[in-house]
Ligand binder design. Structure first.
Ligand SMILES: N[C@@H](CCC(=O)N[C@@H](CS)C(=O)NCC(=O)O)C(=O)O
Length: 220
């Protein structure tokens, strides 16, 4: 098989790419990386010196691709599924890329920072990251309007980004009930088979998540 994904089943940015792969039904070899294992860490670093996952190795093209967004772009171009995750229309594609970026930077990254702070245990104030999550929730509520998915009527890369970001963010900062479109969108994401498969595969590892007790019982 030409495609190998280096990842960890608990890692949120890896979820983003797994959801894209499952949406497309693209075959790949899964390689779980235990970063505490020196040999596995060295193997990941041989593909991507920053030693972050996910990384996709495409043997047919002789290249390793880091960064979840670029991996999905690569997959959509070279191993597309029945429905594109980035639309062919350039303006629609720009919207998908915009919402992918907004979700990564203003939902996913602050969520990661709050989790990392609990791991470090320095007692640093996470109120700014929590406030940013609240602002992003309101932004997504406005964006959703009447359409089902983040960048329109089709499920796209923006939704691959939003599912894991919101899944973990809501364990830290619950969705306010005054944002009904976001609440309904969250339920649609969680009901998506590609997302359910990704969460099912993460379940055995949830006990290692620093806020495991905040994961709703229905997902555990
Ligand atoms: N911008 C990167 C972020 C990747 C990232 O932060 N990955 C985390 C897991 S979700 C990681 O590798 N953490 C381990 C580490 O930083 O040592 C992407 O989109 O792929």
């Amino acid at each position: 098989m030409s495609l190998t994904l280096y990842f960890h089943p608990l890692a949120s940015y890896c979820h983003k790419v797994l959801i894209a792969l499952y949406e497309a039904g693209t075959p790949f070899t899964p390689r779980i990386v235990d970063l505490s294992d020196a040999a596995q860490r060295a193997e990941l670093a041989s593909h991507w010196p920053l030693c972050k996952f996910p990384v996709l190795h495409d043997a047919a093209r002789g290249r390793s691709v880091p960064e979840s967004t670029i991996i999905i772009e690569h997959l959509d171009r070279h191993a597309p599924g029945p429905r594109p995750l980035i639309p062919a229309d350039p303006d629609a594609a720009l919207d998908v890329r915009l919402w992918d970026r907004l979700v990564d930077q203003y939902v996913h990254n602050p969520m990661q920072e709050i989790v990392l702070e609990r791991i470090r245990g320095t007692g640093a104030d996470t109120a700014p990251q929590r406030a940013l999550l609240d602002t992003s929730y309101r932004l997504i509520e406005q964006q959703l309007g009447t359409h089902a998915w983040l960048a329109g009527d089709a499920f796209t890369m923006a939704d691959c980004a939003a599912a894991p970001a919101l899944f973990y963010a809501t364990t830290l900062q619950p969705l306010p009930p005054v944002l009904p479109a976001l609440g309904a969108y969250f339920e649609r994401l969680m009901a998506r088979p590609s997302v359910q498969r990704t969460l099912n595969e993460a379940r055995p590892y949830f006990r290692f998540y620093p806020y495991a007790e905040a994961i709703p019982a229905r997902f555990r």
